[in-house]
Design a protein around this ligand. Structure first.
Ligand SMILES: Cc1cc2nc3c(=O)[nH]c(=O)nc-3n(C[C@H](O)[C@H](O)[C@H](O)COP(=O)(O)OP(=O)(O)OC[C@H]3O[C@@H](n4cnc5c(N)ncnc54)[C@H](O)[C@@H]3O)c2cc1C
Length: 406
């Protein structure tokens, strides 16, 4: 059986399903191939390990494609404040507050599964989109204008434009012969989902230490997600600890602001890689999200820039299609690349600078970051600009905001 699509998206994760929803209702026939459908959500379930801090720009994009309600009706936690400090909080700390820029909040912490479920539910409502899931891809053959994805049941899917939204190990990117620049950070992230002794918090905080930051992300109710960045050997040791000793170490290491940990639900660890595709597009193929870029998660920007990619790519495709141009041509796709690649590169470089400055004990750097945090706290215009940057509100606004006018 051979199914033909105008746009064939491999990967129905947060980014791939956003691209599909943005193309929903258009004249394009869209196919989304996804390995597995996420397990159904139930309010009684403990929070998942994988969560994302969604910026206001990401919320706008998800809302624009009609899936934000699906998130709010499930589970999310808005946060109004963000605080960062050195080991000695009294000397160098800075707090960002949504009130300072007249916004109701800085963002929401949401479980990745909730985001994906809301988007998949939305895309299933569009008549022009086929969700092919669960699906095991056995072969991806890139050929400009008629790329082929073969599934294990023999189904052949052909796409005029092939979109890679299949994550960091992207097989589409490899099939298209697009290389990457990459290196591993000498750091891993231990993530723990816990129940704390405090009620729901409206603040996310991060304390910088010599081995890496310690981060707190509030979840709904008295729950939280803790992230402990450290060397791979230390993360391995922590992962091997039984529950009680690990809770004790979390309690001893995390700042007093955390309070008591009443329960540890789950833990996991994530090797951290910096990876950037040498190009985002070629004739008949486009990369978006982690297939194009992987960045250090310390400022929680990975999926946020991925959703900006999704909005920009959908806008370029729809504009071209409505103007009677070939949306799979290199000339059209280059518009997407020029809109996103340099902007993502800037974000990656910023994260690298944070990583280098904030994860070591070299005295001059320690002084600089102490001074920096002190100045940041007092320099209100600069502080507000940083806040708007983190919220995705600086620079070019999400392209989708203008989609309806195309
Ligand atoms: C510890 C940690 C914390 C993070 N915190 C944040 C945060 O707070 N905020 C933030 O913005 N980002 C955060 N990130 C980054 C964020 O998780 C990623 O940027 C995001 O998951 C990328 O989404 P994606 O849809 O591009 O790729 P993925 O999430 O990798 O999704 C890819 C999808 O494609 C499917 N797939 C893959 N290959 C195939 C195939 N061949 N056939 C069919 N389906 C396929 C997969 O099943 C999956 O559903 C964090 C990352 C880490 C490691």
């Amino acid at each position: 059986m051979d199914k033909r699509y105008d746009v064939l998206i491999v990967g129905g994760g947060m980014v791939g399903s956003t691209i599909a929803c943005a193309l929903g209702g258009s004249d394009l026939k869209v196919g989304v191939v996804e390995y597995r459908y996420p397990p159904a959500f139930d309010h009684d379930q403990a929070h998942d390990l994988r969560v994302s801090a969604l910026s206001v720009a990401s919320q706008n994009i998800i809302d624009m494609v009609g899936a934000w309600e699906g998130i709010i009706s499930r589970r999310s936690c808005p946060y109004m404040r963000m605080k960062v400090w050195e080991a000695d909080e009294a000397r160098a700390a800075t707090e960002f507050n949504a009130d300072d820029i007249q916004q109701p909040y800085l963002g929401h912490i949401v479980e990745n599964r909730v985001i994906q479920l809301a988007l998949l539910e939305r895309l299933k409502a569009f008549g022009n989109i086929d969700l092919i899931c669960p699906a095991t891809t056995v072969e991806i053959d890139y050929s400009p204008g008629c790329s082929l994805v073969r599934l294990d049941d023999g189904t052949e899917l052909v796409g005029k434009l092939l979109v890679a939204a299949d994550g960091g190990e992207s097989r589409v990117r490899q099939a298209a012969g697009i290389g990457v620049h990459k290196w591993d950070y000498e750091q891993q992230a231990l993530v723990a989902s816990v129940k704390t002794s405090y009620p729901q918090q409206d603040i996310t905080w991060q304390q910088f230490t010599a081995t890496g930051p310690l981060a707190f992300l509030p979840l709904s109710g008295d729950n939280a997600s803790l992230v402990w960045y450290n060397t791979p050997s230390e993360v391995k040791r922590l992962m091997a600890l039984p529950e009680e000793p690990l809770m004790k170490e979390l309690h001893q290491t995390f700042p007093a602001a955390l309070g008591n940990i009443d329960q540890l639900f789950e833990r996991g660890y994530f090797p951290l890689r910096r990876q950037h595709a040498q190009q985002y597009v070629a004739e008949g193929v486009a990369l978006a999200g982690d297939s194009a870029h992987m960045i250090h998660p310390l400022a929680g920007q990975g999926v946020n820039i991925g959703l900006l990619d999704a909005a920009a790519l959908a806008e370029v495709i729809l504009k071209a299609e409505r103007a009677g141009q070939d949306y799979s041509s290199l000339a059209v796709l280059k518009q997407y690349e020029s809109e996103r690649r340099n902007s993502n590169l800037l974000m990656m470089q910023t994260m690298d600078t944070f990583y280098r400055i904030f994860s070591n004990e070299i005295l001059p750097l320690k002084l600089i970051r102490n001074i920096g945090l002190g100045i940041a706290e007092r320099a209100l215009p600069a502080k507000n600009k940083v806040m708007r940057f983190a919220m995705g509100l600086e620079g070019k606004l999400p392209a989708l905001a203008r989609l309806e006018e195309i």
